[in-house]
Design a protein around this ligand. Sequence first.
Ligand code: AMP
Length: 399
Amino acid sequence: MRTIRDLEPIDGKRVFIRCDFNVPKDEDGNITDDRRIRGALQTIRYCIDRDCRVILASHAGRPKPNEYDEANSLRVVKTRLKTLLKMADRISLAKDVVGDDAKAKVEALKAGEVLLLENLRFEEGETKNDIEFAKRLASFADVYINDAFGVCHRAHASVEAMPKLFPKERRGAGFLLSKEINFFKKKLDRPIRPFVAVVGGSKVSGKLEALRSLIDKVDKIIIGGGMAFTFLKAQGYEIGNSLVENNLLDEARTIMIKARKMGVKFYLPVDVVISPEFSEDCAIKYVPAQEIPKGWMGLDIGPASSRLFREVLHDAQTIVWNGPMGVYEMDRFAKGSIKMSHTIADSHATTIVGGGDTADLAQKAGDVEEMTFVSTGGGASLNLIEGKELPGITALESN
Ligand code: AMP
């Protein structure tokens, strides 16, 4: 992959860096994990050291398009960047993305200065991959750099349409992006076996294709989190008010049959933590997964599942983990996820953690240093495992 190092000299140029500053925040809007910001520093510093005028852009959250929304503003990111780069007076934030303020600030940028544009998703054109919006962004810069692995699986304007507007020798990958791609290619093309995937999170739908193709690659799959209930229901069990995707019950059955046919061990939780409400202050119970009463919902895996999954992971040589085992944001439903994090961190396997939520969780559990690799991209890393082309990478390499 052509990286920023391989481009024609960028000294003094206006460099646009697509970053992934979509960082997790607490209820007061404070950043709880700034790994994605720190991950981009190497590329940003490389440009500053070459007297570039640096334009940073990112999305954050899911704001309504064409509206300014304080909660999703990149203001906190600017503050954190100032601290991390130790250059408070040379970093500014535009009030908009491609509006008058952004234009004026781009014009005024001096060598070695950094301008952060506002949240790309404040503009409708971003998620629509709109070429006109991409052209307006492209008019700000001479060089395009993608350092946002976490969004490379999305054909959005700043990721897909925009790079193609730059000649080949003036577009490339940042250091973070190339590190992530190289790591996945190296470790997952020929993984050391047993290869185990641990998949959790809220919905089957978001990870359906990944699950289908993981079965071709792994020796065992562990399913936890909200998505487990679709599989449990597909087996005919009562799941009360737990999260479920009824339209995917057949698909869930097909996946389990395929696993069986291919000799892939497929594990679901055997017990769950249930509550009558999605709340921190309600009664909770531990029950076997086949005994969820009507009216209750499963919000975490239980202790027997944690033990079972530890046994399953015991001989693993490669582990890919994506998605929490329960509603880890609430302490009382976080145990299953924290235990999973400890189990994976303690293993002797090559451990790859993908996804913002999962990385946040590993951080909460204090396990980040013990993991082999914590990727900034969840969906993107699953797509890579599936062997899919990522639109952001294809666009960088297109002719
Ligand atoms: P995802 O973005 O699909 O990886 O899902 C992450 C989200 O799944 C987290 O915010 C969790 O709170 C949520 N989640 C995990 N387990 C459950 C569950 N049993 N019921 C509802 N939500 C869950």
